[in-house]
Design a protein. Structure first.
Ligand code: PLP
Length: 398
């Protein structure tokens, strides 16, 4: 018989992953119901259409919205497949694991990749994007794909500045933005920021289970879609527009729509600006704590070296040399039942990530930070004490 893993300590798990995230009780209750016929008029009129309209408000768009029963990767693929043709060139500036993954997908789909290398610890500079577009005098680049909030590194990129860079280069490329880990956590305005295709998912700021994702599509995107020839069926926008749902080629995930209706109600009850302010404030407490642990730069550090780009939904913490992030994560989980994010791709073992997005308050953050500080002690990782206290000082004063 294989060894069974030791049972976790009793008590509520503190879930501090940067996706999936905590699902509010009221959302769980809303989802907990028997299946309904997705063509049922009452469902369509009182749940589906209002939720679809609410999701457009969250995205800040009055343009088209298409949804898929798929995780975020499905919406990434939908954006590329509906907008581009085999052999088209896409510019995907490097920001971390997720920009790499989107780039791998583009190549696999038969697109040409124009790379723009950038330091993962700060992400691409809009001036470098502008230069790359200016150099493309033949306008071979058909799309610029940006990960708004690089969840692997905790770096947020300035989407409006990148729009300005595309405009300054007078380049006609489509602008695709992955807002999977920024939506409903920090400002994102698809129409006002001139984004042609916004890619989002259910299990991060929207506080839902994994299982549905979506893309907003501007008028310019819809025009490009008409001539885009990459093969697609389940993800095809034209097929979707022929259906009353204007989404979902196949069964509509009705349970998730009951959940979405409730999560939108929670977001609108609190108010967009208040939701963003809460994330900013909770994130700042995490940063005060990490800054304290760093001590004289011999403790754990911010992975993101640009203070202006530190994310309000996830903080990636770089371990001091010779110390394993997985050991800290495993101690936090096994001893304290606190679940943290690990390092992705080349950051494996070097970084752990504290997710602070979605349904979150001060005691959840402070409890998580205390368990991390405890795990640093237990693992013998050098750090300056008092991180949790620094977070409390900040919360008390703000
Ligand atoms: C989570 C995430 C993805 C991938 O989404 P899945 O739902 O895991 O497929 C893509 N981009 C970013 C920025 C993410 O945070």
């Amino acid at each position: 018989m294989p060894d069974r893993p030791a049972p976790r300590p009793r008590g509520r798990q503190f879930f501090a992953n940067p996706g999936p995230t905590n699902i509010p009780e009221s959302v769980l209750r809303a989802i907990d119901r028997a299946a309904v016929d997705f063509n049922d008029a009452e469902f369509v009129e009182t749940v589906y259409h209002p939720a679809r309209a609410g999701l457009k408000r969250v995205l800040g768009t009055s343009a088209e919205l298409f949804m898929y029963t798929a995780s975020g990767h499905g919406a990434w693929e939908a954006g590329l497949a509906n907008l581009l043709s085999p052999g088209d060139t896409v510019l995907i500036p490097e920001s971390g694991f997720f920009s790499d993954q989107w780039a791998r997908m583009a190549e696999r789909l038969g697109l040409r990749l124009r790379k723009l290398d950038a330091d993962w610890r700060q992400g691409a500079d809009p001036a470098a994007i502008e230069a790359a577009l200016k150099a493309d005098t033949a306008h071979e680049i058909k799309a610029v794909c940006i990960v708004h909030n690089e969840t692997s590194t905790g770096v947020t990129l300035p989407l409006p500045d990148i729009r300005a860079a595309i405009d300054a280069a007078r380049h006609p490329a489509l602008y695709l933005a992955d807002t999977i880990s920024s939506l409903a956590c920090m400002p994102f305005e698809m129409d006002a920021w001139g984004i042609d295709c916004a890619v989002g998912g259910s299990q991060k700021g929207l506080m839902l289970p994994t299982g549905f994702s979506f893309t907003g599509a501007s008028a310019k995107a819809m025009a490009a879609h008409k001539t885009a020839k990459l093969p697609r069926f389940y993800l095809d926008w034209t097929i979707m527009m022929g259906r009353g749902f204007r989404s979902f080629v196949g069964t509509v995930p009705v349970s998730l729509f009951y959940g979405l209706q409730e999560s939108l109600r929670l977001l609108e009850e609190e108010g967009k600006d208040a939701v963003f302010a809460r994330h900013a404030r909770l994130a700042e407490g995490v940063r005060r704590c990490v800054q304290t642990w760093a001590g004289a730069n011999d403790g754990p550090q911010f992975y993101c070296v640009d203070p202006g780009r530190r994310s309000n939904s996830v903080t990636a913490v770089l371990m001091p040399d010779g110390h394993d992030a997985e050991a800290v994560r495993s101690i936090a989980l096994q001893r304290s039942n606190v679940s943290l994010g690990g390092g992705l791709g080349r950051l494996g073992g070097k970084v752990f990530r504290i997710g602070h997005m979605g349904d979150l308050n001060e005691p959840m953050v402070l409890g998580t930070l205390a368990a991390v500080e405890l795990a640093l002690r237990r693992a013998g990782v050098p750090h300056q004490k008092g991180g949790v206290d620094a977070a409390m000082e900040y919360y008390a004063a703000s």
